[in-house]
Ligand binder design. Structure first.
Ligand code: SAH
Length: 217
């Protein structure tokens, strides 16, 4: 990905090198080691995939100036927990990273992966500067807001208002927006120092939907 200029910064490269993707894929789904390092999504159960590494790299590149030491980040639809661990590497133990996942078993899976990490990620998990919560991404996670960097790993039909509310001034939210299976755009939402919002589209994408848990149950 560095050679292909998908990863452009050493910060993102170092973060992704330090988090072993294999660790976030359940054993039975990785029959041979190489699969874990292929640039494609992999099944992690509950009809969910860990995103392809290039999607994680894109997200971290877009957010890198907001994932500096000491900052706060929220990953909505945190799934495997891989991206949360990368974000933690970037903001360090003076920062805070929250993962939000609505499937309880996946929240638990990612917690188990994080609790058996090593180094900074493990330290941050242990001292609660890295947390995974079960909850509805449409609502965000108010009690740790505001966040300087926010990422949504599933496509929202419209930009979730509550996520914009929880964005810090000078913060950035990256969220795929569009209908399920239809034309979706990876939207980058910047809030300036006065709280004004600017929206731009980074590229066309295809994500699974950010579900409305109250309707799907
Ligand atoms: N980026 C993650 C997972 C991406 S898949 C990874 O690479 O591991 C999208 C995730 O969003 C799934 O885990 C799905 O369960 C979750 N999700 C979908 N709708 C959600 C919602 N309303 N609130 C929280 N999580 C949601």
């Amino acid at each position: 990905m560095v050679k292909a200029s998908i990863i452009k910064s050493s910060l993102v490269r170092d973060a992704m090198l330090r988090v072993d993707r294999k660790h976030y894929i359940p054993n039975k789904n990785v029959l041979d080691d190489e699969i874990a390092y292929m640039d494609s999504p992999q099944r992690i159960g509950y009809n969910v995939t860990i995103s392809a590494p290039h999607m994680h790299a894109f997200a971290l590149e877009i957010l890198k100036d907001h994932l500096v030491k000491g900052n706060r980040a929220l990953d909505v639809g945190s799934g495997s927990g891989y991206l949360v661990a990368c974000m933690a590497q970037m903001v360090g133990d003076s920062g805070k990273v929250i993962g939000l996942e609505y499937i309880p078993q996946l929240a638990k899976h990612s917690q188990e992966c994080l609790s058996t990490e090593t180094g900074l990620v493990y330290e941050m998990y242990k001292n609660k500067n890295l947390q995974i919560h079960e909850g509805d991404g449409w609502k965000g996670y108010e009690s740790e807001a505001p966040y300087h960097a926010m990422h949504v790993g599933a496509a929202a039909a419209t930009i979730p208002d509550m996520l914009i509310q929880q964005l810090a001034n000078n913060g950035r939210l990256v969220v795929p927006v569009g209908p399920e299976g239809g034309s979706q755009e990876l939207m980058v939402i910047d809030k300036d120092a006065d709280g004004n919002i600017k929206k731009t589209s980074a590229m066309g994408v295809m994500y699974v939907p950010l579900v409305n848990p109250s309707k799907s149950k």
